[in-house]
Design a binder for this molecule. Sequence first.
Ligand code: DGY
Length: 331
Amino acid sequence: MSRPKVFISRRIPAASLKPLLQECDVDVWEDELPPPYEILLEKVRGTDGIISLLTDKIDANLMDAAGKQLKVISQYAVGVDNIDLEAATQRCIVVGHTPGVLTESTADLAFGLLMAAARRIVEGYEYVKAGRWRTWHPLLLLGVDVHGATLGIVGMGRIGQAVARRASGFGMKVLYYNHRPKEVRIPGVEAEQVDLETLLRRSDFVSIHTPLTEDTRHLIDRRAFEMMKPTAVLVNTARGGIVDTEALYEALKSGRIGYAALDVTDPEPLPPNHPLLSLPNVVVVPHIGSASTTTRTRMGDLAVSNLLSALKGKRPPHVANPEVLDRPECR
Ligand code: DGY
């Protein structure tokens, strides 16, 4: 029997690939940059499975270009906003993803960004590197306190809850907003569910942890910034498109809010001449929320396990379109 054909759109940790190489013919895109869409169309033709990244546009056209034998698209990420899930379900294609394994690493980075913005750590480093550190001064690089402050979490899912636990350890008060209201209990953490307006008005720090969907695109827009405190810090480790970038730029430039600390941006990557990067009150890192060696390997293991399970007709550990498993015509 011929071995299943699999395309992987970038190099992932080698250890995760071993079980895949034993059972499948694997083609890996070796470049640092993602395959351009036209090349992706070529590469997926005739494959049974694809391991995709958040930088790949996986639409109906691509699924059709792959062919009817395509059984699974296994995303090497928890977010699947780059994949047309409905089109996949219609074509009986299982979409896997990697929730859970990256929760704590992403929460670590969100909290790191929050601290960096609050205490102006990156500005401090730039100041020292520029040779401007001449003395201790009572008014030098004054920031805002994290302890005792209020953190508003937009999207109290796995990562939001992990951030709430960290915040609670720092003596912060935690508010949260869920797009579909849902009471969340976290052992040892006091957190109050509020509507978005209340969260924006009361929070000293607002941290975004909701997926990007048509409902959440530009959830944080000009109106939202008008509700925030002038000292507020916005942290985004979810998806850039949840924030209206132009409105964010204006809010930061005019002092409408205090600071932004971003792991994700829109556009992404942010070009070096982007106006946001000309502002002193912004910290940007290049979408590294899950970027620890251990976590990226776990993501690889899970992406491979999702893919192999689906190829064998078994229920994969994590499916983003579970309704596909119940469609009689897909069995
Ligand atoms: C995800 O998983 O969606 C992150 O953005 C990358 O780890």
